[in-house]
Design a protein around this ligand. Structure first.
Ligand SMILES: Nc1ncnc2c1ncn2[C@@H]1O[C@H](COP(=O)(O)OP(=O)(O)O)[C@@H](O)[C@H]1O
Ligand SMILES: [Mg+2]
Length: 347
């Protein structure tokens, strides 16, 4: 369990000081995977460094498994850090060491016997599926394999916490999916508490139990992944939906943005909404996927009625929420009407 209370991190002094984390409160229960998202410069990496105490917080507390790390003297802090494994973007492997030797690094520092190290490294290589790559140097590994070695090294000292800071950024989608699968598997097997920092929303949907959005040094929105994906009003929820283009609307229809707002949306909802409204419903774009066993998704529709209230009600009966696109006036011959009005004004 990780519990951050009023965590503040300020760099520099006086006029030149920058407050990166601002009285931030955040909690991750044991065995959960919490994704932290936010724009570049929001303070995500600083947050990770404060959790593993590579950076001392300016004020506030960092409690890990019931122990307040922010107050510990250096020697005890070193022990506490062992319970936290960290994986970075470019797994930062030492280029002149083999995969096995890289994984052994934390054990070497700790003075573990060579025999014990050999057996632990063997176990870890097997865990991350790289037994046959033990003797390979980093340049002989693919990006995904290097990240797996990074994860194995982070787990060498049997931590209870895993921090991943952009660990899958820069990997292709298939490799990302396999690394994410490994993280979830390790969480299940080792009951790890995971903070997964990323700016990739596709990855968040694959990995996270909960999602928190960091902005201007604070957690401004958070919730369970499924709750967020099924709440139309949530900005974070909307940003988690896959963003795809959509086809243009036809004359006589209004464009609607619709999201699955319930965990029980019927599969034939388009037919149902069409019948309910007695109006045409064109599918302009959609993305639907199963997340933690629940169908979630969003769709862009062209709907042939101007009665917004009836549309909202018909969507709601299927467990959907929608808002009309006010930016595009697509109902009828709007452009011509505006043009005609302008000509009349001029006359
Ligand atoms: N050691 C440092 N000294 C001064 N400013 C820093 C330092 N580390 C990070 N920052 C600043 O803190 C802000 C947040 O950085 P960071 O935590 O790396 O954001 P993110 O990981 O979300 O992109 C940035 O404006 C950055 O310039
Ligand atoms: Mg960062």
């Amino acid at each position: 369990m990780i519990s951050l209370r009023h965590l503040t991190k300020t760099y520099g002094r006086g006029d030149a000081s920058v407050t990166v984390l601002d009285r931030l409160d955040f909690e991750v229960p044991t065995g959960r995977i919490a994704a932290v998202v936010g724009p570049s410069g929001a303070g995500k990496s600083t947050l990770a460094q404060c959790i593993n105490l590579l950076e001392r917080p300016t004020s506030g507390s960092v409690v890990v498994n019931g122990e307040d790390l922010s107050g510990l003297p250096e020697k005890r802090l070193r022990d506490a850090r062992r319970r936290i494994g960290t994986v970075f973007q470019s797994s930062s492997l030492l280029s002149r060491r083999t995969a096995a030797e890289n994984i052994a690094l934390p054990l070497d520092f700790l003075g573990v016997t060579p025999q014990e190290t050999r057996s632990r490294v063997g176990e870890l290589l097997e865990r991350v599926g790289l037994t046959d790559k033990a003797g390979h140097y980093p340049f002989q590994l693919s990006g995904g394999q290097a990240q797996r070695v990074g994860i194995a090294r982070a787990l060498a000292l049997r931590p209870s916490i895993l921090l991943a800071d952009e660990a899958t950024s820069g990997l292709d989608p298939d490799t990302t999916r396999s690394v994410v699968g490994l993280v979830r598997e390790l969480r299940d097997d080792l009951d790890l508490t995971v903070v997964f920092i990323t700016h990739e929303m596709d990855t968040v949907r694959q990995v996270a139990d909960t999602v928190a959005r960091l902005d201007h040094g604070r957690i401004v929105e958070q919730g369970s992944l499924v709750d967020l994906l099924t709440s139309h009003g949530s900005r974070l929820g909307r940003s988690l939906q896959p963003r795809r283009g959509h086809a243009g609307p036809e004359a006589g229809t209004r464009t609607w943005f619709v999201t699955y707002d319930s965990t029980t949306v019927p599969g034939d909802w388009i037919q149902r909404v069409t019948a309910d409204l007695g109006a045409s419903v064109h599918l302009l774009g959609a993305s639907v996927e199963t997340v933690h066993g629940v169908n979630t998704g969003s769709a862009t529709l062209g709907i042939g009625t101007e009665d917004d209230a009836r549309v909202v009600a018909a969507l709601a009966r299927c467990g959907l929420s929608g808002t009309p696109d006010h930016s595009a006036a697509t109902f009828g011959q709007t452009d011509e009407r505006i043009l005609a009005g302008a000509l009349e004004d001029a006359a």
